[in-house]
Design a protein around this ligand. Structure first.
Ligand code: MTE
Ligand code: MO
Length: 419
């Protein structure tokens, strides 16, 4: 997709489209505008190798969520059940990533260009010979929990509950040392690093999937060019052959099928950076701030995971009896400070108890926790709320962060079980 190296127009429109008008957004962000999903669609038929019974949000784009009854069974979320999210239809030449098999592209390359004196193209095959490190990290869609915002006002897009996440062991080449070893001679004017994936919109005026990170972002110190997921080559559906993994960062920041890295003065004009996947700087009200009102100054990209917890047991499907109950679940954040407390209530918030927290595998992984509660006859509301060493915790009412694209839900988790 590169059309040469000189001047401003190195990238053709297809690779590097600008589409900031509402019409452009409609063309390039079909995930937001299509009706939720066709009933009766089988996840195993949408992405080959997925189990049946995943919750499909958009079959055409391969968007699906994991029921918690499956998610809670595994320490590391297997590829067969992990949620998936793409932005362009899986048709024609894009059909190759509709499978959990690892792709076989011996000639895959990553081009590094932009404000560097020595642009480079690196063979993905060469990455395998470099130092590898492991990073266990939660992968979570920024839209995970979007459905809960409907209690204030429904937000367009996939109505994700808590299953748009997984806990994964990634393995690959440390990102910064890799870039340094390329001896790129980065210009002092470079302030942003932009990653592009292979996928691209059907029409040239659409934006490709690009994400930008500030060049000094400390989260990049832990980033890797991942070649493996849970000990195996990364499945096509999850970003193989090479995926940028930034531990602790929301899913969209973890670019799948990475093939281009740019050093630039500005962040990418792709709508996925400039309009989508952003949070308003201050809380906004429905009707007062719209899905297309985001600017680079009134909002920030969805970078690190807001602290969050999820109750895994009991779920309504478990049909628990009255009396003593063990409540279990997970918590996680962006890894900047450990999670120090998970408070749990089994009576709708009247009384609280501190959960016992297991040490996590890494700063970015799930923390497992358990607490004792009591269930009465009738309806019981279970609540969990995590806090970390930086004093960050979940709002009891997550609606305070309502936003027109429904991102970063992190309200205290509420589960209703009827005895
Ligand atoms: N190239 C590319 N990378 C991408 C995306 C995409 O559409 N294309 N989607 C992003 C989003 S929004 C999420 S939530 C995660 C989903 O990762 P998964 O499909 O492996 O679960 O990938 C991110 N990386
Ligand atoms: Mo996402």
């Amino acid at each position: 997709m590169m059309s040469g190296r000189d001047g401003e127009f190195r990238f053709n429109r297809r690779q590097f489209g600008l589409a900031t008008s509402a019409a452009g957004l409609a063309l390039s962000m079909p995930g937001y505008l299509r009706p939720a999903f066709a009933a009766g669609e089988d996840s195993a038929a949408v992405i080959a190798g997925k189990v049946s019974g995943l919750i499909i949000h958009n079959a055409k784009l391969g968007v699906m969520e994991t029921p918690l009854t499956l998610l809670r069974q595994h320490k590391h979320t297997p590829k067969e059940i992990l949620y998936s999210r793409f932005h362009f239809p899986h048709e024609g030449e894009a059909a190759w990533y509709d499978t959990i098999k690892a792709p076989d592209f011996p000639d895959w390359t990553i081009t590094i260009d932009g404000l560097v004196a020595r642009p480079r193209t690196v063979k993905a095959a060469d990455l395998a010979g470099m130092e590898q490190v492991k990073r266990v990290s939660v992968l979570q869609c920024a839209g995970n929990g979007r459905a809960f915002y409907a209690a204030k006002q429904k937000v367009a897009g996939g109505q994700w509950h808590n299953g748009g996440m997984g806990n994964i062991e990634w393995e690959g080449v440390p990102f910064r040392p890799f870039l340094e070893a390329q001896k790129l001679l980065v210009s002092s004017g470079a302030k942003w690093i932009t990653a592009h994936g292979w996928d691209h919109p059907a029409t040239p005026e659409g934006s490709s999937f690009a994400k930008s990170y500030h060049i000094d972002d400390p989260a990049l110190d832990n980033a890797i060019l991942a070649l493996k997921m849970n000990g195996e080559p990364i499945p096509a559906a999850h970003g193989g052959p090479v995926r940028l993994i930034i531990p602790g960062y929301y899913g969209n920041m973890n670019v799948k099928q990475i093939n281009t890295i740019l050093f630039e003065a500005e962040q990418s004009p792709s709508v996925y950076q400039s309009m989508g996947y952003r949070m308003p700087l201050v809380p906004v009200e429905p009707g007062k701030f719209g899905a297309n009102d985001y600017t680079l100054t009134n909002s920030v990209p969805t970078y690190g995971h807001k602290i969050k917890s999820a109750i895994f047991s009991p779920l309504p499907e478990d049909k628990p009896g009255a009396g003593a109950v063990e409540i279990t679940g997970v918590a996680f954040n962006d890894g900047r400070g450990p999670i120090t407390r998970v408070e749990v209530s089994s009576d709708g918030g009247k009384t609280w108890t501190d959960a016992e927290i297991e040490a996590p595998e890494s700063p970015w992984a799930w923390y497992h926790w358990k607490a004792k509660g009591t269930l009465a006859k009738g309806e019981n509301t279970l609540i969990s709320r995590a806090t970390d060493s930086l004093g960050r915790s979940q709002p009891l009412d997550g609606l305070v962060w309502w936003n027109p694209r429904g991102y970063e839900w992190n309200g205290a988790d509420h589960v209703k079980v009827t005895v």
